[in-house]
Ligand binder design. Sequence first.
Ligand code: GCB
Length: 602
Amino acid sequence: MLRPQSTATRDLVSLDGVWKFALVRDSLETEAPWTAALPGSLEAPVPASYNDIFLDPAIHNHVGWVCYQRRVVVPRGWTRDERYFLRIEAATHKGRVYINDTFVTEHVGGYTPFDAEVTQLVRPGEAFRLTIAVNNELTNTTIPPGIIRVEAGGQKRQQYFHDFYNYAGLARSVWLYSLPTKHVADVTVVTDVQGATGILRYDVQTSELGAGETVHVTVRDEADAVVGEAAGARGAVHIDKATLWKPGAAYLYQLCAEVRSAAGAMLDTYSVATGIRTVEVRGTQFLINGQPFFFTGFGKHEDTAIRGKGHDPAYMVHDFQLMDWINANSFRTSHYPYAEEVMDFADRHGIVVIDETPAVGLNLAVNSGFFEGVGKDSCTWSPEFINDDTRAAHAASIRELVARDKNHACVVLWSIANEPSTNEPGAREYFAPLVALARELDPSRPVAYINVMFANYDDDLVADLFDVVCLNRYYGWYVHTGDLATAEAKFEAELRGWDRKYGKPIIMTEYGADTLAGLRSFYNAPWSEDFQVSYYNMCHRVHDRVPAVVGEQVWNFADFQTAASHVFRVDGNKKGIFTRDRKPKTIAAVLRARWSQKLLDQ
Ligand code: GCB
């Protein structure tokens, strides 16, 4: 799944902007809104989630299909011996594409991109009507899962088992692009280091090539000087005295794959930014380039006011500025793959990423307490809830994530699920094939899942299948609330238990306390900024006493929106170190000082 690129052989047209927009109130098939101009006068921005754009609760709370529509003109200069595609970077959670009256393709999975080939349906210089239908429904066989209830009035209501708002729509860019008939279809680069030599092992997939047509690979450094070349679709390029990609000190080579005609003419060219680095788990250490690495930073969300999960380059750059200011070296893409611009930015700026699938909420145990008693008496891993079809969707989400992000130097660890119910019978049977799949798709990176507090080292059924122990823990917040002395003892005992039993690196992927910006307390009252500081100081004392802890990613980077119907959330989750509009709480300066020391220690 190569991201579309503008190159000497490929054109790229952005379709971002303001599109016509309409709810589908009944059935997409019977209403067939793509066959004409959408009814009504609503318009919606792309990229953005649509939910908070409009004031009408019927749109905000809509469950089902919506349609986006616009007119697109195919550039006049495009020739008939090219192929044309639409790239939809995200349609959350299901998208259907129509060109004029014709259905082209459907894609399930709200956070990974897909293509619609339109070559036979459009002509250079002519306009077409593009309609993208987007569905936000979550069921027991989608990733993430949910349940749809039909209320007395016939209205659908969506329930889901994750703690962030179910924003939907076209939250990322849409492109029209051209591809030469003979083209580079995929590139995989895996890097290695031997002494001072960097090795780029590459595999270029192409469309079917004719006699004498070949693949050629050129590697350029950041000064654009050619530092290596190779012929053939598969091989290795050795770079003497390579500059490594390091956390905090990014360096990217461009690996350019070309398809050449028998006469040597360039038929297609595509470049992949490549950071040379190694990743390894050894004992309780997480090594990057052979050096022990300590993760500092955040679990994040794609979440801002009004645009919801819509990608916004201003927020992106600002968020990375805040991470730089606070001395964070990493983040997790909790709880779904983020926009590709974010991954590119992390590559360019040396920020380390734990890359997560959208498999969040596979847990009826958590949900029986929090989410209106759903599933109190049922089992997570069962034909009625998370079943074989869910696992097939989960497998597809792993495939699509690895296909999209495999070449990013910033990605050092795959997280294939957040807080699944791994102490319930059936968990191991569910996860073993998914771990095997992740390893087969990418043997070069370690694989993790993010463990929930209910599944501890005594009764978790899957931890041995994975390379790293990633823990979300809320001692002092959800348990032993406000009692930091008891919390400290219990937290330390648990970490030591994991260390004893598994002897693997432990990354704290979540810990935090809801904090209302501006609320102060002499008595360390939960929800106050003072309590948040004491809470984190407590956790950090524990981390510092357990050498197997090799990372701390606090929950969360910023306050974020959640489902409206929970009594324990007031306008969202308030565990941010920054407010939703990115103002620091008191804790920010404390983390900044701690992580500055951690950077010096590495
Ligand atoms: C968790 C979840 C995260 C929630 C967080 C919380 O364990 O992984 O999605 O937002 O707890 O604040 O409750």
